[in-house]
Design a protein around this ligand. Structure first.
Ligand code: PLP
Length: 360
């Protein structure tokens, strides 16, 4: 137990606990010998492996639930839909939710009889939904639901609730503590944090749901591999520091962008979103903004950045920017740019953004 000001502290802080994690050995085996003829903890890598179990222990503690490791964020989402939805179910998905989630449910799973209804997540979810999807600080429009009210309303109508908190991480938001049944993350983003791994996490509030989801993961082959899991455990040691630093930089850039004449609008909940401020103390690395001049101006700007990398994804050490209409077409404003603040000096980043903005 640590001592602070001479007093015993009941529990070490999250930063201290994560910094003290021991890096486990990287076991890449796909099989483990039976223990005197009996199946031990591990038998076959698709079912389970030691690095999945160790990352789930740490992630479960972060999330306050039973965490399961998946091969990517979309695999975690697929697992939840396969496990907890049935033909005829209506899934309520926020308008402007992550583009992969919207397309998977709306375009692909509709063949299996799942129905989808898009809704404005700043309002209460539709009453007839069997599963309500929420995405606080959504990618890329940064909208934020009133979580407690939305989860209570969904439960009052018998719906399950899944929260994709990728842009915030459990350092800023723990959806299960707000009553969500499931939380999901793309660990490819901030949890990984270095643009060098692809993984996903799904956590369940109830252990019986985790047992079912584990069975689906095993049968559908959705588990994450040992190498990226080993890298994820390395990354989690610095997660709180990275979240704090990149959130502060994103806020600073958002404030500066807001004052810039060529910028029509900045989306960042840190700019006075009172609902978001009820739930989180910082708002993550992701922001988006609309430049005057539409798609042509947005593309000119992304190409004019020198320090900031013109690439997709987010949550890494390096700041990235991209015109989102490339992936999302008319779902987003033509001049929308999404920026993910990295670990560079904010003054250097602003200098680069300013020279790029001056060219559009
Ligand atoms: C990237 C992302 C996903 C998908 O994660 P992958 O690891 O790329 O499969 C899901 N939700 C959100 C909010 C994301 O940003």
């Amino acid at each position: 137990m640590a001592k602070k000001n001479g007093q015993e502290r009941a529990q070490l802080s999250l930063e201290t606990r994560l910094a003290g994690l021991r890096q486990p050995a990287l076991d890449r085996s796909t099989i483990w010998p039976y223990d005197k003829g009996e199946i031990g903890d591990f038998a076959y890598q698709r079912y389970d492996h030691p690095l999945a179990v160790e990352s789930e222990r740490v992630l479960g503690e972060l999330e306050g639930g039973r965490a399961l490791l998946f091969s990517c964020g979309m695999a975690a989402i697929t697992g939840i839909l396969l496990c907890f939805c049935k033909p005829g179910d209506l899934i309520a998905v926020p308008r402007g939710a992550y583009v992969g989630t919207s397309h998977l449910i709306g375009d692909e799973l509709s063949r299996f009889g799942l129905q989808v209804e898009e809704f404005d997540q700043t309002e209460l979810p539709p009453e007839k939904a069997a599963l309500v999807w929420l995405e606080p600080c959504s990618n890329p429009m940064l909208s934020f639901p009133d979580l407690d009210a939305s989860i209570a309303a969904a439960h009052a109508h018998g719906a399950l609730v899944a929260v994709d908190a990728t842009t915030l991480t459990p350092v800023l938001l723990r959806p299960l503590e707000h009553g969500a049944d499931f939380s999901v993350h793309s660990a490819t983003k901030l949890l990984g944090g270095h643009h060098d791994l692809v993984l996903g996490v799904a956590s369940c509030a109830r252990s019986e749901d985790a047992v079912r989801l584990h069975q689906v993961r095993r049968l559908a082959g959705l588990i994450g591999s040992p190498d990226p899991a080993w890298l994820l455990l390395r990354s989690l040691k610095t997660l709180p520091l990275r979240v704090k630093r990149t959130s502060a930089t994103a806020l600073e850039l958002a404030k500066r962008l807001q004052k810039y004449p060529a910028v029509e609008r900045v989306n960042y909940p840190g700019l006075g979103n009172a609902v978001a401020a009820k739930y989180v103390s910082a708002f993550g690395p992701l922001l988006s903004f609309v430049v005057r001049g539409g798609a042509a101006a947005a593309e000119k700007l992304e190409r004019s950045c020198e320090l900031i990398e013109n690439a997709t994804s987010f949550g890494g050490a390096r700041t990235t920017i991209e015109a989102r209409s490339r992936w999302e077409g008319e779902r987003v404003p033509a001049g929308l740019l999404r920026l993910s603040a990295g670990l560079e000096d904010p003054a250097d980043l602003w200098c680069d953004l300013e020279q790029a903005l001056a060219r559009v």
